[in-house]
Design a protein around this ligand. Structure first.
Ligand code: DON
Length: 600
């Protein structure tokens, strides 16, 4: 049977998008087959009922509080704040700023994010601190005179940045819900920047990887280089990274609140940097930036209530669509990653990402038919062209027709305190280390979030996502996101806090992580460890972590015309918390990177 599979070498770009590879023709006539990245793919002949996991890491159990984040230093900061009597929001603010120091590839003050918050009484909130297009941006700003996309302009350098939202987001969250003082929650990050912290191996590799680009984009600056005199020297595990300018930026934020970032010295350094490098963020853009409280998106799924992020993220709408589409089939009875289960999930994903491209964008700029998109009757209608006999062809799938409707490196952390207040935050610079521009004198990376706009209808962004008018660039508009910070209640009580980075794959990783627990009986950590797959309508293929499908499942999917592509890297960096039946918390952090859960 193995001869069915082709061993063409594919180059994986950003882990998600692959160059063309040969595929096999399936009996149904549609091209189906396995593509692979580098190396030789060995199928594991295993009992189809076994559950393949990335690792056998065990969850961390705590009774009083739990913090799961991308970096051990940041999780420790969150835990310290909780133990000092801070609540989940105090800890979240402290973790956001700590990640800006110890996790510069995604933790940030120069980026944005989303918070979903559920207090101990069950009241839920969401905060949109997504970046905005600068006032001087235009729909065609990344196109040349012939209307073609100018490569790289929306992804690196000064023009790639939206107006940062993280600092205002944290100010707003703390003002409304914080218990400790602002100075207290900022202090751990300031200490880490001032005194330095020991790089993990992964931290060192990441900074070494961007060394050349850092020097090209930031001429004359020494930020994040190991040596100012010997610019060829490399970081190694255990080296100490001290960030004096960033410490001063954080101190200004500590002393002046939002004005410490959006006005005065930091604003001046940021706009000077923009002028030096041809960026367009102005002092006015900074002064006018405000995070927005939005009603969180809430929807039932069986005995659960899903509380998640509304637009400007597509994540919440898409997650609920996925859950409700698959609810119509007995996935639990079929079992984890069995052929029919996988087929239903892929087909749901195909349809949901088509809707995402058609309908979703900044709700402050267009009317988004959220209620209709998650309506069970609409979702039933989306299965009309589905047959188990063969894969639906994405070329024949469009965003749905809605009655009455006129006409997208990141990091996630989850925190629960001893009272049961829960915070789910996903925050990002977009790509790893954002635009790679470091603000001279202020010491932080800027985002390249502008690439999340549809820079030209139908042209894929760095995650291979296409979009159209709904997500076109306009001054002061927020770019569509896939970030999916989510909280689940079961029978009215806090049940799960979940989220991950991963660009377009965020939504499907969150979807699988939730279903693994509530349909397939996994613990939170098993669910995080479990191997994952992803489909996003276009390109029409299913990417998967090696081992995610058993051989019989793989065979069946191929025979039905599915194009499968094994990743050489991984999917998801989940950080989650589950409330166990005895009321204790299971913190689950992803074994795929430095993610760490700390509880007490
Ligand atoms: O908002 C979004 O959907 C993207 N900017 C997220 C980027 C991301 O997750 C990158 N990390 N892997």
């Amino acid at each position: 049977m193995k001869k069915l599979y082709q061993y063409a070498a594919c180059l994986l770009i950003g882990g998600l998008v692959a160059t063309a590879c040969k595929t096999t023709k399936s009996p149904s006539g549609q091209a189906g087959g396995v593509r692979q990245g580098q190396g030789v793919y060995q199928y594991r002949e295993e009992d189809p009922l076994t559950k393949p996991f990335y690792s056998d890491r065990k969850g961390v159990i705590g009774r009083n509080g739990m913090v799961a984040s991308a970096h051990p230093e940041a999780s420790q900061v969150g835990l310290t704040i909780l133990q000092a009597g801070g609540n989940a929001v105090d800890a979240a603010v402290a973790v956001q700023f700590a990640l800006a120091v110890v996790y510069p590839n995604a933790g940030n003050v120069g980026g944005g994010g989303f918070m979903v918050y559920r207090d101990r009484s069950g009241k839920a909130y969401s905060l949109d601190y997504r970046e905005k297009a600068p006032g001087r941006s235009t729909a065609n700003m990344y196109l040349d005179s012939a209307g073609n996309v100018r490569p790289g302009l929306s992804t690196s350098g000064h023009l790639a940045s939206g107006v940062p939202g993280s600092v205002d987001g944290m100010v707003e969250a703390h003002k409304r819900f914080g218990k400790l003082t602002w100075a207290q929650v900022l202090q751990p990050a300031i200490d880490l920047a001032t005194n330095g912290y020991a790089l993990t191996e992964r931290d060192a590799t990441g900074l070494n990887r961007i060394r050349k680009e850092l020097q090209t984009i930031n001429p004359g600056k020494a930020y994040f280089l190991k040596s100012t005199t010997d610019t060829s020297s490399r970081w190694k595990q255990g080296d100490k990274l001290v960030q004096a300018d960033l410490a001063r930026t954080l101190q200004r934020i500590q002393q002046q609140g939002r004005a410490g970032f959006y006005e005065g010295e930091t604003a001046r350094l940021l706009t000077d940097e923009m002028k030096r490098g041809g960026g367009i963020i102005s002092e006015e853009d900074l002064k006018n930036y405000h995070a927005v409280w939005r009603d969180p998106l809430q929807a039932t799924y069986k005995e659960y209530n899903v509380i998640t992020m509304p637009p400007t993220s597509s994540g919440g709408v898409a997650l609920i669509q996925l859950m409700r589409l698959s609810e119509q089939y007995p996935l639990r009875r079929w079992g984890w990653n069995r052929d029919s289960t996988v087929q239903v999930m892929i087909e749901a994903e195909r349809r949901v990402y088509a809707d995402r491209a058609k309908f979703l964008g900044d709700p402050d700029f267009l009317k988004i038919p959220v209620a209709q998109l998650i309506d069970p009757a609409y979702l039933r209608s989306r299965w009309q062209d589905f047959s188990f006999a063969h894969a639906t062809d994405s070329r024949n799938v469009r965003g749905g027709t809605l009655p009455g409707y006129e006409s997208l490196e990141t990091t996630h952390f989850s925190i629960v305190d001893k009272e049961g207040n829960a915070v789910s935050i996903t925050t990002t610079l977009n790509g790893g280390y954002g635009s790679r521009v470091v603000i001279g004198g202020a010491g932080f990376f800027m985002n390249n979030e502008m690439d999340d706009f549809s820079v030209k209808p139908g042209v894929p962004n760095m995650f291979g996502l296409t979009g159209n008018q709904a997500n076109a660039i306009a001054p002061n508009k927020r770019m569509l996101s896939s970030m999916t910070p989510t909280i689940l209640e079961k029978d009215g009580k806090l049940f799960m806090v979940v989220g991950t980075p991963g660009g377009s794959t965020i939504i499907t990783s969150v979807y699988q992580t939730i279903l693994n627990v509530i349909e397939h009986g996994m613990t939170m950590q098993q669910s995080v460890n479990a191997l994952k797959f992803h489909h996003q309508w276009l390109p029409d293929k299913t990417i998967f972590e090696q081992g995610a499908f058993t051989e019989p499942t793989t065979q069946t999917l191929i025979s039905r015309g599915y194009i499968l592509e094994r990743l050489t890297n991984t999917l998801g960096r989940m950080d989650c918390v589950l409330v166990r039946p005895d009321g204790s918390y299971e913190g689950a952090s992803d074994p795929r990177a430095d993610n760490t859960a700390r509880g007490y």
